[in-house]
Design a protein around this ligand. Structure first.
Ligand SMILES: O=C(O)CCC(=O)C(=O)O
Ligand SMILES: [Mn+2]
Length: 203
């Protein structure tokens, strides 16, 4: 593993472009594409139920529940490939994870809007391990208060690992913008540790 520090004020991010070998990344992409029970979650925006522009799946320990637009989501159990990845990451990142959110971006029109993973249930300074498989997408970070700081941009590649920790969620928002470029389908896994209940959704 070769985690490179990407220096940003008020936060800590680390990136390993080659966390998984090409062969491993291909294998996990294929397995996860087929095995997960992908759902299109709905969120409430201005009193209207709208589908989020991507598919998702939530897996974890039975008590790692989270609240999503007023719905208490029960995690699906760990599958063997998810557990394998979790164990490997826990060793490498020296953190304990009890859940993983998978997002599947079918094409360039699937996206995730600006948000921070700062829900109360993730605790004060969460460490989030984000593994990317499939088509490369732009990942942007912007500081919540210091408007003079330029956004930070990364291209999250097939098999790469991004770690966000320290104060990152407190001071920065991130997003996966839509793109008109033709892009392959992408799956992202964010391994997390739920410490208490109560949360809000990402737009
Ligand atoms: O798809 C990504 O890389 C970002 C996912 C994300 O920010 C999230 O699941 O909270
Ligand atoms: Mn996020």
């Amino acid at each position: 593993m070769n985690l490179e520090s990407i220096v940003i004020p008020d936060g800590e991010i680390l990136y390993d472009l080659y966390y998984l070998s090409e062969t491993e990344a291909d294998k996990y992409l294929r397995i996860l594409q087929n095995d997960m029970q992908w759902e299109q979650h709905q969120i409430m925006i201005f009193g209207r139920q709208l589908p989020v522009p991507r598919l998702s799946a939530w897996h974890g320990d039975p008590d790692a529940r989270y609240t999503y637009s007023g719905l208490a989501l029960e995690p699906h159990p760990w599958t063997a490939p998810l557990r394998q990845l979790k164990t490997r990451l826990e060793k490498n990142v020296q953190t304990h994870f009890n859940s993983v959110l998978l997002n599947r971006y079918r094409d360039g029109q699937d996206s995730m809007g600006w948000h921070s993973d700062d829900e109360g249930e993730l605790g004060e300074q969460p460490t989030i391990a984000s593994l990317s498989l499939g088509g490369t997408r732009r990942f942007l970070l912007k500081h919540k208060y210091r408007k003079e700081l330029a956004p930070v941009e990364l291209a999250l590649d097939h098999g790469s690992l991004l770690i966000m920790r320290g104060q990152t969620q407190m001071y920065w928002k991130h997003q996966i913008p839509k793109t008109k470029r033709p892009v392959d389908a992408r799956i992202n896994l964010t391994f997390r540790r739920i410490v208490k209940q109560g949360a809000s959704p990402c737009p």
